[in-house]
Design a protein around this ligand. Structure first.
Ligand SMILES: Nc1nc2c(ncn2[C@@H]2O[C@H](COP(=O)(O)OP(=O)(O)OP(=O)(O)O)[C@@H](O)[C@H]2O)c(=O)[nH]1
Ligand SMILES: [Mg+2]
Length: 427
């Protein structure tokens, strides 16, 4: 029995939770054909839909009428034999089909991300492609969706980098092979081969990180007690996320509210009012948390006086209670009561946030990718600077190792578990 035959055949509901008009079930693995034929009889030709009656193989009872799609491996999404069943999406139908598949020898329910993991293991996509796919499935805004689509093009860039480094390595090895002992390949200069990809990787590192688009731009609302911070948060997110009261010191914890404004993902954070003399120990803790939040913010909405504006970039001054009180600062006047200034403030936030996010359709690196690209950049720099071709060859070998970890060719089990665990069952 080959290793492939030993692999369990997995199945799952790949579409959303029933009831729904349709349910898409997928069966992948060496026993997919056998299980499917017992269920549905002869398959339609590969990659063509065919209507079949599905039957319980034990009793012959009809279970459903469904469209079948047959993708023989290795040219399928998972790289192995893959059957797609487009059935009716009622709960009882889906349950009956899953139960029947589960009772088949060699078929077991798939774990989260297992279909994608098999695609990765069978070379259908690399680790970056899998990450881009996970981002695409998690995308809630248009920008996230576009970035996820752009992310899959990183794999192509890495192939080019690998080729350039391999060409440089070959040049060095050849020179080392042919040189005399005393005259070690002084004429070999790999820099012209490496400089273009070095520049490309360097530019990519300078771009805004992918996490900010995935997790949202962090906007912290800060200022003295009773300034109207919680009221402003509620107005911006359009729901009562934070308690509002006329008592100074109402907010003690950090309150985070994710929201999409103008298609841009934000996490707005309401904080305890900043004052030196906190009323009690709990408020003092809240003030400490507020200062931490300020330090980690991408943007700050400052509701206090001009004199107290916190240091750092990305501070927008906002003068609240425009309907009732004199402005606290020279910033934008807003009122939660009349709505004055709120659309303008939302617009300003979106404009500032866009500058902090990856450009539309641009590849952006996530933390894992940045660490590995940074390592490869160090190695390339060392290779270009090395006078000794042996050292240069060694540095290029290290760069190739970093690329292998980037594509997942040298990925660890823990890393793979963490990534594929992000997927839902059926993907
Ligand atoms: N007239 C008017 N009152 C406002 C406005 N915004 C907030 N308030 C009132 O100001 C008081 C304090 O509002 P909060 O939003 O709780 O203020 P805060 O800055 O979160 O206060 P702490 O959490 O205690 O630091 C409440 O009574 C609000 O109703 C506004 O735009 N106009
Ligand atoms: Mg508050």
């Amino acid at each position: 029995m080959s290793a492939d035959e030993a692999r369990p055949t997995i199945f799952a509901l790949s579409s959303g939770r029933p009831p729904a008009a349709l349910a898409v079930l997928r069966v992948s693995g060496p026993a997919a054909a056998e299980a499917g034929e017992e269920l549905a009889g002869a398959f339609p030709p590969p990659r063509r839909a065919g209507l079949r009656t599905l039957r319980d193989p034990a009793t012959g009872d009809p279970l459903d009428q469904a469209l079948l799609l047959w993708f023989p491996g290795p040219g399928s999404a998972t790289g192995e034999d893959l059957l797609e069943i487009h059935a009716h999406g009622g709960r009882a139908t889906v349950d009956a089909l899953l139960r029947t598949l589960g009772e088949r020898l060699g078929c077991r329910p798939a774990e989260p991300g297992e279909f994608t993991r098999r695609a990765f293991e069978n070379g259908r996509l690399d680790l970056n492609g899998a990450e881009a796919l996970a981002d695409l499935l998690a995308a809630e805004t248009d920008g996230q969706r576009r970035a996820a689509l752009a992310g899959s093009s990183l794999s192509g860039a890495i192939v080019r980098w690998q080729e350039a480094v391999l060409a440089a390595s070959a040049l060095l090895e050849a020179a080392l092979d042919f040189s005399d002992e005393g005259d070690v390949a002084e004429a070999v200069d790999v820099a012209p081969l490496l400089r273009p990809i070095y520049r490309e990787m360097h530019d990519l590192m300078a771009r805004p990180p992918a996490e900010r688009l995935r997790d949202g731009v962090r906007v912290v609302i800060a200022g003295p007690p009773n300034a109207g911070k919680s009221t402003l948060l509620n107005a911006l997110v359009g729901r009562e996320a934070a308690i509002v009261s006329p008592i100074a010191g109402t907010t003690r914890d950090r309150i985070e509210a994710p929201v999409a404004i103008g298609g841009v993902p934000f996490v707005l954070t309401d904080t305890a009012g900043l004052r030196d003399e906190a009323a009690d120990a709990v408020e003092a803790i809240g003030v400490g948390l507020a200062r931490d939040a300020l330090a980690a913010a991408d943007l700050v909405l400052w509701l206090g006086t001009d004199a107290d504006v916190p240091a750092g970039p990305g501070v927008l001054k906002v003068a609240t209670k425009a309907d009732a009180a004199p402005p606290a600062n020279a910033g934008l006047r807003v009122s939660a009561v009349t709505g004055e200034g709120l659309p303008l403030l939302s617009g300003l936030l979106v404009e500032r946030a866009r500058a902090l996010l990856p450009g539309e359709g641009e590849v952006a690196l996530n933390r894992r990718q940045r660490e590995l690209v940074a390592q490869a950049l160090d190695d390339l720099r060392a290779a270009m600077a090395a006078r000794d071709p042996l050292l240069a060859a060694e540095a290029l070998r290290a760069a190739r190792g970093a690329f292998d970890r980037l594509t997942g060719r040298a990925a660890t089990e823990d890393m793979l578990d963490a990534l594929f665990g992000r997927f839902c069952i059926g993907k």
